[in-house]
Design a protein around this ligand. Structure first.
Ligand code: ADP
Ligand code: ASP
Ligand code: MG
Length: 415
């Protein structure tokens, strides 16, 4: 008998009918002899609706209260799923994050899980219950409810699985696995049977929202067997077949040596660019600009500094779009009086497109192939960054789909 964690996303929980399908699937796994923990998201659209209500009241909501509001979506889900399991004749009990408890830090709206107390869950499992734990939320040291950032139920599921020493964490979603790129953008995208943990980490961090990045980090840290698969198949399908479907995240690189050099294309529309033009090109300038940004707890992603002319240079960097306003305030208020830049400008109409693959380590020329492909489409590159297994470019937002399709084709990723 093994302990299995299932995670169901918003689409999988979208209606009471879908929830009853989830219950059937979970009941099937339990009947096969597994101890089951289930981590569902809020019903699809619900988190947006809740955050929208807050926005109707204020443009600048207190993040603590936002979490208080947003966390309710998952509480409804766990209760409904528990009822649906009872209807299947299965003993089930639901918990919110604070009841478990899932302990986090106090970074409201983007909290990190610090520890999970497994005692209660274990006791229920030993007494034959299916245990349902809310995704997306936890409790901070002062007793406030926190949420883990959008898409955070993936992280809840993987963290719960790691805390319980589960055999496997299955992430059920509205696609049947991890694809070479978002199948909603490129119809010819191909499902990957396996993807290495490192590639998945890059893809998630570069914008493939199929898994929240922190869930991949957790999975890697604990070498947890993690699989992404469809919740939209027949819940009564053969269990052995279901257990082998989807995409497995692997920790053994040589298992997929045969695979293409590039395994996927990721894109991200969440960033915005700030340019500080006409600053003196002398030691300490990057620190003078980015120090106060970091002190304001704003993450900076890509950075470029231009060649200097007459002792002056231009400096650009990207931040999350949600933090653009805050970052500009820091630059205008704290940085500008110090450095006296000629001009400060920003652009939110950018996107980042990345090619990812561990095969890049042993192949040269991937970057030039990428740049050639974009140049043939007449797409201007604004920023570039690379690592051992990825190349990212920032381009004009309006070319995003064109760039992703062209690169997907150029690297031979089509099914
Ligand atoms: P859930 O509600 O189940 O958490 P999400 O919407 O968060 O589902 O994630 C699934 C979606 O991720 C898919 O519908 C797909 O559009 C998108 N996606 C983005 N990149 C990829 C990729 N490389 N492979 C598969 N799906 C992807
Ligand atoms: N309900 C949350 C969201 O919409 C968490 C999740 O679905 O993973 O972001
Ligand atoms: Mg998700």
């Amino acid at each position: 008998m093994s302990l299995i964690v299932h995670k169901y996303g918003g689409t999988s929980m979208a209606s009471t009918e879908r929830i009853q399908n989830v219950a059937k699937r979970v009941a099937k796994w339990q009947r096969a002899g597994h101890q089951m923990v289930v981590v569902p998201s809020a019903m699809s659209g619900e988190t947006n609706r809740l955050l929208g209500l807050a926005k109707e009241i204020t443009d600048n909501p207190d993040p603590r209260e936002l979490d208080q509001i947003a966390a309710t979506g998952e509480q409804v889900s766990v209760g409904l799923l528990s009822l649906a399991l009872h209807k299947q004749g299965v003993k089930a009990k639901s918990y919110t994050g604070w009841q478990v408890p899932v302990r986090t830090d106090s970074a409201f709206t983007k909290a990190r899980i610090e520890s999970i107390d497994d005692a209660r869950v274990r006791q229920d499992l030993d007494n034959g219950y299916v245990v349902i734990v809310t995704g997306f939320q936890g409790i901070d040291p002062s007793g406030s409810i926190t949420t883990l950032g959008r898409g955070g139920s993936d992280t809840s599921a993987v963290a719960v699985a790691a805390a319980l020493g589960a055999e496997e964490c299955l992430i059920y979603t509205d696609v049947d696995g991890v694809y070479t790129t978002d199948p909603r953008i490129v119809a010819e995208a191909k499902r990957l049977e396996r993807v290495t943990f490192e590639e998945m980490l890059e893809m998630a961090s570069l914008g493939s929202k199929v898994l929240q990045i922190r869930s991949v980090e957790f999975a890697g840290k604990y070498k947890l067997k993690t699989r992404v698969l469809s919740s939209l198949t027949d819940p009564d399908m053969n269990l052995a077949q279901e257990a082998q479907s989807g995409t497995l995240i692997t920790y053994e690189e040589d298992e997929i040596m045969e695979q293409a050099v590039i395994s996927g294309i990721a894109f991200n529309r969440d960033e915005a660019k700030i340019t500080v033009a006409g600053v003196p090109d002398k030691p300490g300038i990057a620190y003078k600009i980015l120090g106060p940004v970091a002190a304001a707890n704003i993450d900076v992603d890509m950075i470029i500094q231009n060649a200097s002319h007459d002792g002056m240079t231009d400096f650009s960097f990207t931040v999350h779009r949600n933090e653009l306003k805050k970052a500009l305030e820091v630059i205008q208020g704290k940085v500008q009086p110090e450095i006296q830049a000629r001009e400060i400008s920003s652009a939110a109409d950018i996107c980042k497109v990345s090619v990812v693959g561990i095969g890049m380590r042993s192949h040269v020329g991937i970057a030039s192939q990428m740049f050639e492909t974009l140049s043939k489409e007449g797409i201007n590159i604004q920023m570039i960054s690379t690592s051992e297994i990825k190349i990212s470019v920032v381009i004009d937002d309006k070319y995003m789909e064109l760039a992703v399709r062209a690169l997907h084709k150029a690297f031979g990723l089509e099914a």
